[in-house]
Design a protein around this ligand. Structure first.
Ligand SMILES: Cc1ncc(COP(=O)(O)O)c(C=O)c1O
Length: 274
């Protein structure tokens, strides 16, 4: 198994997250208590929670959750969705399915560390930097120039951690088109989608733009609209474009989302899409 370098953010958190008086570096939103969440529930949701049996869900995720997630896409159905116990896990497994030694990935920087170190542990990676002098603009020509014949993945994250940058929808569409033309998987980390101060800037989900794109998101997004279970620990991924289904099944079999996480995420998603 590939050894990964220290996850420096987590090393830093292990020292300071629960000891500093004021935590100004959180990458999650303020969360709510289970009581607060249940106060939002209707009778159906409350009954579902009260009768919930805590245990494993189905391998690819709770069917109701997968369905609710698929509903939030224009071109997805439940079979395209896999649930994980966190976005980090989805990212790790997706990169391991998509990339082999001898492949190449393009990763936009700056980024959440794992976006870079996970592919780097597997193959060669070229970083393409957002431009700090142009409001962290993404230059599609630089992405184009970085692409090699063996490039299999272009990995982006908007709204971006750490800059907060949201590119224009036209640029995301251009990127999806470029990846399609080159037969590349666009891996789009959308865990902060829904946090935009101006909802008009919310980008389309990449998987609605390209058959080959994979989206990673948290099921309880949209926190700006409702202070829901902000960081419900459910990452997910659209499986449809993965070309090595046997690998996908093998790695996914190792993981699972617990019943409580699935129930919370289903309820929050239903609430958000009502
Ligand atoms: C951009 C980005 N992607 C993925 C993750 C990982 O999310 P999770 O905590 O659900 O594993 C984070 C966490 O901060 C993040 O900022």
């Amino acid at each position: 198994m590939t050894r990964l370098p220290d996850f420096r953010l987590e090393t830093y958190f292990s020292r300071w997250e629960f000891t500093a008086r004021h935590h100004l570096t959180a990458s999650d939103a303020q969360t709510m208590t289970l009581t607060g969440l249940l106060a939002l529930a209707d009778d159906q949701d409350r009954a579902a929670f009260e009768n919930l049996s805590l245990g494993y869900t189905e391998t690819y995720g709770d069917p109701a959750l997968r369905e609710a997630i698929a509903q939030s896409y224009e071109r997805a159905n439940a079979a395209d969705v896999i649930c994980f116990a966190g976005a980090e896990e989805a990212l790790y497994l997706a990169m391991n399915v998509l990339l082999d030694a001898g492949d190449h990935a393009v990763v936009v920087t700056p980024n959440y560390q794992a976006a870079e170190t996970v592919p780097l542990a597997l193959c060669e990676v070229t970083g393409v930097a957002l431009d700090p002098d142009r409001d962290w603009a993404l230059d599609l020509d630089q992405i184009k120039a970085a692409i090699r014949p063996n490039t299999r993945v272009v990995s982006v994250n908007f709204p971006n951690n750490p800059t907060g940058k949201i590119i224009d929808a036209a640029d995301l569409a251009g990127l999806a088109r470029l990846c399609d033309e080159q037969g590349i998987h666009l891996f789009s980390d959308e865990v902060y989608r829904g946090l935009e101060r101006d909802p008009a800037r919310t980008l389309p989900q990449a998987a609605d733009l390209s058959e080959r794109a994979l989206c990673e998101e948290l099921a309880a997004r949209g926190q700006h609209a409702r202070p829901a279970a902000a960081d419900t620990p459910v990452g997910l991924l659209l499986e449809k474009p993965v070309e090595r289904p046997d690998d996908a099944i093998t790695v996914v079999d190792l993981t699972g989302v617990g019943a409580l996480g699935a129930a919370v995420a289903s309820a929050v998603l239903r609430e958000l899409t009502r």
